[in-house]
Design a protein around this ligand. Structure first.
Ligand SMILES: [Zn+2]
Length: 365
């Protein structure tokens, strides 16, 4: 499959519309026409990962942390980053990153972390981006209705809460007069035609709107497809960082030991009083120290994240919360499985491997 088609498929998981304003992520290096058969997934795109990709003949690297974050003034062999970019271009390796959009995504880093730690009904800690919803109305001849319904279903149109494939279908009569130069599926040039049609109405998320319309146009038998798009004021999903939800009430220390095991940690830094039972748990993969008050406001008694600073730990302690600093890498490494599982589910004929080596050598002595 071409790189551009893999990137388009990844948009379904981590839409570019979810990229936060401070971030720089997406398709960063390479030729999107390149045929991709081998993909390497890593958290960080460092020299180790690049050399592995070259030595083991991977065509594409997908990483969570972006390679190019700040604007570059030059790309040459005189800087560490320049050297890495040159190596990737010389070896024709395509680079794609999924960063804040994978953190915010439904089924992304934070949902996966919440699932791993057994948190029920997780919801975001804050509101960063609101999903826009549209109503799509398509007019289709009666005997092609099934085709259109299947096309809509494939793009997950009509997803409302825990229900999928929601549509409303009204029978009616469509009229049209094919003009000179047309090649009508039904009817004859210059004769007014009447056809039994169905008006299919459904709801479509913003990130899927163009994809869904293009699919409908491709599948629809008519030369000119009649469709309407309405912008809705219905509330869509509120995308935000982190997740908060409930667990079965348990001693704090037992839960922390469980986290250590599930995240496969040598050690974990804990702040706050452990002598209590907990039920409401917040998580955020990576550097979640800025969301301590969000977690507190959502009722969290314990918050698991990485990169906690001294004053953030102090704030949490004052608020009566327990903070578990499990490390940036270990709270985000779930991103690797999220990406791998998604690609294997959506794309045939690609090999996907994970590079598990953390970007930094680290010892606690
Ligand atoms: Zn990170």
């Amino acid at each position: 499959m071409k790189a551009k088609d893999i990137i388009k498929t990844l948009d379904k998981l981590c839409s570019p519309k979810l990229i936060d304003s401070w971030d720089n992520t997406g398709f960063q290096i390479g030729n999107d026409q390149k045929d991709i058969k081998r993909i390497l997934i890593a958290l960080d795109l460092d020299e180790y990962v690049i050399n592995k990709a070259i030595d083991e003949k991977y065509h594409m690297i997908i990483s969570h942390h972006p390679l190019i974050f700040k604007p570059l003034k030059n790309i040459n062999n005189r800087s560490y980053l320049g050297n890495m970019i040159l190596k990737l271009i010389e070896n024709k390796i395509v680079v794609y990153n999924a960063h804040s959009n994978l953190d915010l995504a439904i089924g992304g880093v934070n949902d996966k972390l919440a699932e791993l730690l057994g948190i029920n009904n997780p919801s975001p800690l804050n509101k960063i981006k609101k999903e826009k919803l549209y109503k799509l109305v398509v007019y289709v001849p009666e005997d092609s209705r099934e085709l259109i319904l299947r096309a809509l279903e494939e793009e997950d149109a009509g997803h409302i809460g825990n229900y999928s494939s929601c549509t409303f279908n009204t029978k009616g009569i469509g009229t049209f007069r094919p003009l000179e130069g047309t090649n009508p599926f039904i009817g004859v040039t210059n004769i007014l035609e009447e056809v039994n049609e169905v008006k299919v109405e459904t709801i479509v998320k913003e990130e899927a709107l163009n994809r869904t319309i293009n699919k409908v146009i491709k599948i629809h038998p008519y030369e000119e497809v009649a469709y309407d798009i309405f912008e809705l004021i219905n509330e869509g999903y509120n995308f935000g960082y982190g997740r908060v939800g409930d667990i079965e009430e348990v001693d704090a220390l037992n839960f922390i030991m469980d986290i250590k095991e599930k995240l496969n940690l040598d050690h974990i830094n804990i702040y706050g009083n452990l002598d209590k039972k907990i039920k409401r748990v917040a998580v955020c993969g990576g550097s979640g120290g800025d969301f301590i008050e969000d977690a507190y406001n959502k009722g969290a008694q314990i918050y698991i994240t990485g990169d906690i600073k001294y004053h953030q730990a102090q704030l949490a302690d004052q608020l009566g919360m327990i903070i578990c600093d499990a490390g940036h890498y270990h709270t985000e490494k779930v991103a690797l499985d999220v990406l791998k599982d998604f690609i294997l589910k959506e794309i045939d004929e690609v090999q996907v491997d994970i590079s598990l080596k953390p970007g930094i050598s680290h010892r606690v002595l």
